[in-house]
Design a protein around this ligand. Structure first.
Ligand SMILES: Cc1cc2nc3c(=O)[nH]c(=O)nc-3n(C[C@H](O)[C@H](O)[C@H](O)COP(=O)(O)OP(=O)(O)OC[C@H]3O[C@@H](n4cnc5c(N)ncnc54)[C@H](O)[C@@H]3O)c2cc1C
Ligand code: FES
Length: 292
């Protein structure tokens, strides 16, 4: 079964106000109020641009940047949206600078969602393994909460390069503020959890009893996603991969996000994804691997 398509917002951008901007490890959590909604599904994303220019005030606005929703919920007037942002260039740096009360142009929710394990695997007993790397942990935070609310069994594996390039763990905490017991960590520099790759943890898990009943959900850097795809293919475990290929329009018009299909032709990641089934890919595309 392919990843599912949730309801999408009526097309058109609108202004949302920043309600908070806080540090989360080396990243920022930007909270916005979307006056219209609808409430997004895990895996969906928004195209975001600061309404009041970028870089120096008075400068020309950049194209909006695609950012996954990390948390969402009803607000007094609209929907509260949280985004986990890593400042890697001019667009994300401007988003990370947003002050409370500033306005943002937002378009979304866009794209598809992950699908529940029983629907993906076609079995009633399937549980989920969520695998996140770097700022790619963002969509898995909302997915984890939705699974917890629906009593879907799940484990979470999160990996980071080093302390500077890590964050978002507070999005995986219980109401009491403690990291959820289902979360295991890996870091390449050994500052948290297993020293090494998060895919080492996944490999060990799939070598145990889990392979027969698991569905793997992953988002992270291209090299990590390719390792997850290959491990799942070898273990015959269904996987759902949220890719973050560069995007320009975000709604299917420019083909800037095209990803080759194994049997020819292309998928547009912004409308056919960003969540793809592992079997829809022969490998994570070259453009993705360029960022590793
Ligand atoms: C569906 C989707 C969801 C995303 N979710 C998040 C998120 O939740 N949080 C977050 O911080 N970022 C997210 N991103 C990535 C984010 O959109 C890009 O990092 C952003 O466009 C960078 O813009 P910039 O102007 O800051 O940097 P740029 O100047 O555009 O890029 C800086 C560097 O990163 C490389 N780069 C930029 N974007 C990508 C990309 N998508 N793939 C590969 N290489 C890239 C560039 O080649 C350059 O080296 C997401 C992308 C997609 C498509
Ligand atoms: S980003 Fe324009 S078609 Fe996907």
């Amino acid at each position: 079964m392919s990843p599912t398509t949730p309801p999408r917002a009526p097309f058109g951008r609108r202004r949302g106000a920043v309600s908070a901007n806080r540090a989360s490890g080396g990243y920022r959590v930007i909270s916005l109020l979307d006056p219209e909604g609808p409430e997004p599904a895990p895996g969906q994303f928004y195209m975001l641009a600061a309404a009041d220019s970028w870089l120096e005030r008075g400068g020309r606005p950049h194209l909006p940047r695609a950012i996954s929703v990390a948390e969402a919920g009803p607000a007094a007037a609209g929907v509260r949206l949280d985004f986990l942002v890593d400042a890697v260039g001019p667009g994300t740096s401007r988003l990370c600078e947003l002050a409370e009360g500033e306005e943002v142009w937002l378009t979304g929710p866009l794209g598809n969602t992950f699908g529940e394990p029983t629907a993906v695997a076609g079995r009633t007993a399937a549980g989920a393994i969520l695998v996140g790397g770097g700022v790619g942990v963002a969509p898995l935070a909302l997915l984890r909460r939705r699974f917890a609310e629906r009593a879907v069994p799940y484990r979470v594996l999160l990996g980071f390069r080093d302390e500077e390039h890590s964050g978002g763990l507070d999005l995986f905490c219980s109401a009491a503020g403690a990291l959820c017991p289902e979360v295991r960590l890996a870091s390449e520099d050994g500052h948290a959890g297993h020293r090494g790759y998060v895919t080492d943890l996944l490999e060990a898990m799939l070598a145990g009893d889990d392979a027969g009943s698991a569905v793997v959900y992953a988002c992270g850097p291209p090299a990590m996603l390719e390792a997850v795809r290959a491990l799942c293919a070898a273990a015959a475990v269904p996987s759902r991969l949220a890719l973050e290929s560069p995007m320009a329009c975000g709604y299917g018009a420019c083909f800037g996000c095209a990803v080759p299909k194994p049997d020819g032709g292309y998928l547009r990641l912004c409308v056919d994804g960003p969540v793809l089934a592992g079997e829809q890919l022969a490998g994570v595309p070259e453009a993705e691997l360029a960022r590793a």
